[in-house]
Design a protein around this ligand. Structure first.
Ligand SMILES: Nc1ncnc2c1ncn2[C@@H]1O[C@H](COP(=O)(O)OP(=O)(O)OP(=O)(O)O)[C@@H](O)[C@H]1O
Length: 984
């Protein structure tokens, strides 16, 4: 059976046509959410949206079934009188109807902003439309239109399977509604639901539910609004929601999709889901109804440049765009027709298969809802603008909707079917007649290709009509055979399949009576009377059937006559064509051969006699020329109109292209910016990572040092407890152990932890002796201390090296030195210590081996004298940097804030680096020495600057006078060259 034949309302006697109403296509716009990196400045939904998320309140069952069949005016989509208005549903307060895009305001039936849920969209857009339209016998179509990636498939079929999900689109929700309504109405109607799923891919129809889904199917158009069918497509009778849903799911997965730059899962075809509902009343007084629900997910328009398609995808894209172009043209023409009803407008439905198939939905017998999907992104403004313009135009398309219902009659279903078929044939015949009449009226417009086309169509139609007639004839003869058999059998066999119901009832009654007759003896006369009455009824029915048969046969005959007539017309037309061809050929030959043709006119003007046959020739030629001229003029007119249309389209396209290229430039620029930013961010990220690693290392060190501090504190607490009594005897020893001011290292840079004073004195004297011994040995051997790790004797760098005599004096001085000796004023200093202590405690500046070799005091040219690396040794700077200290100022600040913590961190750090272990207090002293040195250097540099030095140089670190005001000078381990202590 064809997909739509049941829905073609036949203009016959028993089909209602009294309820034809105009209903404009309803248009709603859905804005999809922004994607990553997309921006939206120019699009605005105007008005508040407060949608309810509930289905409309269910109504009581009685009101669903019309008490008086078909007398209500047809409801428009989702606005049935019984249905609560949008404003009354749930908490719906209002739906925006306007949309502003780049200063242009568009008006629609509803505008759904990006945050609208699928459920909100369905209940607002369709509401109770399935029940109010389909189950009342009105056809309905829902179309999704828009550029690629704008959300059409999301809106129509967001394919899941199983129970209904919040993300499901219109198709699944509509199927659910269909079966819900079937359940509601099945007490009064026998309802069947059939469905098919088609796709139009590359200008070819395919049945997505067929065993051979790749097979291309032919479309057949019955013309004059009598519907279109896809030959060979299958209708599946579906029994439940699950069944239908499964089929739709299969179809959706078979649909052609592909990945483009605009949409990773782009539909490459137009998908058409059709559901056919037929309702046969259980009560014969009601009318039978049928309706078709079509849901179309159109493929999206796309710019090949933007979508980046090539090869076969490019061909698909061209076909999609062509279809949509024709759709736009049809919409424009329909809109023009509805605004200016007086002018006759040709609607180019046949220019594409899509529009030919959707003819009923656009300007036909159908309630139509168009959902235009757009992207809110600025980068898609031009496409969105086109979609909105198209959608706004669609609003003015008027459809003429009528109920597909059949009046109740005493005819059997077979009679009804026959009747409908007859009606359809009659309509076709009318159409053929009309065309023939048109041909007669406008012979002037006939040109060769037109005639050929008409002949082709006529042939096709004749073939189709012949087939239909044969069909009908077969049906009639089968039916006649059956009837003849039945009539014979009627009294013998009680079960005849096509008996009129009254006869069956009578026979049943008779049977009952016969059965009961055993116990209740009725008079024979009564039974005879009943029988007579029944046989009368049978006769009456038989005569009715015979007259019906006769009329059918008559109709058949008249149809045959019509066909013959049509065929003879066609023959005539063919002959006419060949005659014309012959004439044209003759004339062309004559004109070519007849050299005297121009001469004839000349001689006529001069009053010469024209030979009779030549005059005839001239007359016929000029008549033909006039005709031809008229034809050419008409053709010219048509061509110029088309040309103008094409020019307009071209201008529009050029403008669009220009806007596009501007947009593309803009996007490229943005891309560059983003790329640059990206590089910058990556760099920043790397820096941050490095800092993070440092911080993490610091953290670990701090953590470890905290542990140690804890241990240390505990130990100290124990010490303090133990020393409780001795503290009262020598209070000065407590103050001298202060961590912040490690003055207990006067005699040597090798300072111990806070030991009792006797231990300290003992240690000092040992160290003193060691030093003296070392010095004596150094004087004897004049060793190159720079290479000796065991012990070294250092003196200042830039001061003159002490002679051996000086050294002896120095040693003597050392021996005689007392704790309370006054400071030496010689201004020249030396450092005596083990090399490892020197390396640990002292900064690098100016320290020179006593042998005269300079060590570590050379600064690279142009180096910053105030930098940490110019003052301190490599490892010292490495350590400080590991704690986040970058320069002298940082360092001085850190010393002030957290010297002890730094000391602990240093201890842990050294351990980690495999350097000799030092006590925390020694670390603290070292830090103190470094900080002092840094402060002195900074101060000296500032002084140099203040005196006008443009390039201040690093001070001589061992110039004792530099440190003369430093009370804790001794802590840096300097001694005067005379061997006496400089400071106490
Ligand atoms: N309203 C929406 N909410 C959430 N996501 C959406 C919405 N509309 C579209 N999308 C998402 O945008 C993407 C593209 O949508 P969809 O495939 O439906 O576009 P389309 O118009 O059908 O494209 P095409 O014509 O190329 O098939 C999908 O990932 C989809 O999930």
């Amino acid at each position: 059976m064809s997909a739509s034949s049941k829905f073609e309302s036949s203009p016959g006697d028993s089909v209602r046509c009294d309820e034809i109403k105009a209903s404009n296509v309803r248009v709603m716009v859905r804005v999809r959410p922004l994607k990553d990196k997309e921006r939206c400045h120019k699009l605005k939904v105007v008005g508040d949206l407060q949608l309810g998320d509930q289905p409309p309140t269910p109504r009581r069952r009685q009101s669903r079934i019309p008490t008086k069949p078909g007398l209500k005016s047809p409801p428009s989509l989702s606005e049935h009188p019984d249905q609560p208005s949008l404003k009354q549903q749930g908490n719906v307060i209002g739906v925006p109807k306007q949309l502003l895009l780049t200063n242009r305001l568009f008006h629609f039936d509803a505008v759904f902003p990006a945050d609208t849920t699928q459920s909100q969209l369905y209940h607002t857009a369709l509401g109770n439309a399935i029940e109010n339209n389909i189950f009342k016998g009105y056809n309905m179509t829902v179309l999704a239109y828009g550029q690629t990636g704008s959300g059409k498939t999301h809106t129509m079929y967001n394919g899941t399977s199983g129970p209904l999900q919040p993300s499901d689109g219109i198709v699944r929700r509509a199927i659910s509604d269909l079966f819900r309504c079937q359940e509601l109405y099945q007490a009064d109607y026998k309802i069947t639901i059939a469905m098919n799923c088609l796709e139009l891919f590359n200008e070819e129809f395919r049945d997505l539910l067929s065993d051979a889904p790749d097979e291309s199917l032919k479309m057949r158009n019955y013309g004059n609004g009598h519907g279109v069918t896809i030959e060979g497509s299958q209708n599946f009778k579906v029994h439940s929601w699950e069944h239908a849903d499964e089929l739709v799911h299969v179809a959706a997965t078979r649909r052609a999709t592909g990945s483009t730059q605009m949409n990773t899962q782009s539909s490459r075809s137009h998908a058409i889901y059709t559901f056919i509902v037929t309702m046969e009343p259980r009560d014969r007084a009601q009318e039978a109804m049928s309706a078709k629900l079509t849901m179309v997910d159109l493929a999206g328009s796309e710019q090949i440049k933007k979508s980046g398609v090539v090869g076969s995808q490019q061909k698909e894209s061209i076909n999609i765009n062509k279809d949509l172009f024709v759709l736009g043209k049809v919409v424009s023409m329909l809109a023009e027709k509805s605004t200016n009803e007086t002018t006759s407008v040709h609607i180019p439905y046949r220019d594409s298969k899509l529009t030919e198939y959707l003819q009923d939905s656009l300007g036909g017998n159908c309630f139509t809802l168009l959902i235009a999907c757009i992207s809110p992104a600025d980068s898609h403004n031009d496409e969105s603008m086109n979609t909105l313009r198209y959608a706004e135009r669609s609003r003015s398309i008027a459809n003429h909707v009528k109920r597909n219902s059949v009046r109740p009659s005493n005819m059997s279903p077979a009679d009804n079917a026959l009747q409908l078929e007859n009606n359809r044939l009659r309509a076709e015949l009318n159409e053929v007649r009309k065309r023939l009449a048109d041909n007669k009226e406008n012979p002037g417009t006939t040109n060769l290709s037109h005639i050929e086309e008409k002949i082709r169509r006529a042939k096709e139609e004749a073939r189709a009509t012949r087939e239909s007639c044969l069909n009908v004839a077969n049906q009639v003869s089968r039916w006649r055979d059956r009837r003849a058999g039945n009539t014979k059998e009627i009294f013998r066999t009680p079960t005849v399949s096509i008996d009129p119901p009254e006869m069956q009832t009578g026979r049943n009654l008779l049977q009952e009576l016969t059965m009961e007759g055993g116990d209740v003896l009725r008079p024979k006369l009564e039974l005879t009377r009943e029988l007579v009455a029944l046989s009368n009824q049978i006769d009456q029915k038989r005569s009715e059937l015979e007259s019906l048969e006769r009329s059918s046969l008559n109709k058949l005959d008249s149809l045959k006559t019509q066909i013959e007539l049509e065929e003879s017309k066609r023959d005539e037309l063919e002959k006419e064509v060949s005659r014309m061809k012959h004439r044209i050929h003759l004339m062309a030959t004559n004109l070519r051969d007849d050299k005297s043709f121009p001469q004839i006119f000349r001689s006529r003007s001069e009053g010469d006699e024209i030979p009779g046959d030549v005059e005839m020739k001239v007359i016929s030629t000029s008549t033909w020329k006039d005709e031809r001229l008229k034809e050419v003029e008409a053709e010219l007119k048509r061509v110029s109109t088309e040309n103008k249309l094409l020019k307009d389209q071209k201008i529009e396209l050029v403008a669009t292209k220009k806007a596009f290229s501007l947009q593309v430039d803009d996007i490229l620029k943005q891309c560059d910016e983003v790329r640059e930013k990206n590089v910058q961010l990556t760099k920043e990220n790397e820096d941050l990572k490095a800092t993070l690693a440092k911080v993490e290392e610091r953290f670990k060190i701090q953590e470890a040092s905290l542990g140690e501090e804890n241990d240390c504190l505990k130990k100290r607490l124990e010490d303090l407890e133990m020393r409780g009594s001795s503290d009262t005897e020598s209070p000065s020893s407590t103050s001298s152990s202060s961590e912040d001011r490690p003055t207990d290292v006067d005699n040597n840079v090798v300072a111990g932890d806070s030991n009792p004073s006797e231990e300290k004195d003992e240690e000092h004297s040992t160290q003193k002796e060691t030093l003296i011994r070392l010095l004596e040995k150094a004087v004897e051997d004049n060793v190159d201390c720079a290479d000796s790790l065991a012990s070294s004797c250092f003196s200042m760098s830039e001061a003159p090296l002490p002679s051996n005599d000086d050294k002896e004096v120095y040693i003597d001085n050392m021996k005689e030195m007392k704790e309370d000796d006054p400071p030496c004023k010689c201004g020249v200093s030396s450092v005596f210590a083990k090399k490892e202590y020197v390396v640990f405690y002292l900064p690098k500046i100016g320290v020179t081996c006593s042998c005269g070799k300079r060590r570590e005091d050379q600064l690279p040219p142009d180096s910053d004298p105030s930098a940490l690396r110019s003052i301190l040794r490599e490892w010292q700077v490495d350590f400080l940097e590991s704690t986040g200290i970058q320069d002298c100022v940082d360092f001085l600040h850190a010393v002030k804030q957290r010297k002890i913590q730094l000391a602990r961190e240093m201890r842990v750090w050294r351990k980690k680096k495999g350097l000799p272990s030092m006590k925390t207090q020694s670390c603290s002293i070292a830090i103190y020495i470094w900080s002092r040195t840094c402060r002195v250097v900074l101060r000296n540099l500032a002084e140099q600057k203040a005196k006008g030095a443009t390039k201040p140089s690093r001070p001589n670190f061992l110039d004792v006078s530099l440190f003369s005001d430093e009370a804790s000078m001794s802590t840096i381990g300097l001694r005067s060259a005379c061997g006496r202590r400089t400071f106490v």
